[in-house]
Design a protein around this ligand. Structure first.
Ligand code: 5GP
Ligand code: ZN
Length: 109
């Protein structure tokens, strides 16, 4: 299979990881749209969000994203988490974008 993120997971393409464990990896987007633009994903090839059946893995991804929000100091500076799918994605290997800082909006209570 010719998947760039699988190649990164299998170390066929060298990448500096922000975080890595048995199941997941995090590295900066090659084309960042904000000062922090990280890609968080399972190492296993899961095509898209609808194919994510493993709730344990989903929970682990969530925990890693929460830690990244904090250690990238985004918790109070504005951030966005995006998962593209249904053809709106370029790479068909599930990944979450963490993007920030985006600044604050005036909230209406
Ligand atoms: P999506 O599939 O959600 O539209 O976005 C894929 C993202 O992966 C894009 O933001 C693109 O810049 C990024 N990307 C594509 N190829 C590579 C790569 O080889 N390395 C890294 N770090 N990011 C990539
Ligand atoms: Zn893949």
């Amino acid at each position: 299979m010719d998947c760039i993120f699988c190649k990164i997971a299998k170390k066929e393409i060298l990448k500096e990881f922000i975080y890595k464990d048995q199941e997941m990896m995090v590295f900066p987007d090659i084309n960042p749209i904000a000062p922090v633009h990280l890609l968080i994903m399972p190492k296993k090839h899961i095509v898209d969000f609808l194919d994510l059946e493993d709730n344990l893995l989903f929970g682990k991804l969530k925990t890693v994203i929460q830690k990244l929000i904090k250690n990238q100091k985004l918790e109070d500076r504005g951030y966005k988490i995006i998962v593209n799918g249904g053809g709106a994605q370029i790479i068909n290997h599930l990944h979450f974008h963490l993007i920030g800082p985006l600044g604050k909006k005036v909230s209406i209570e």
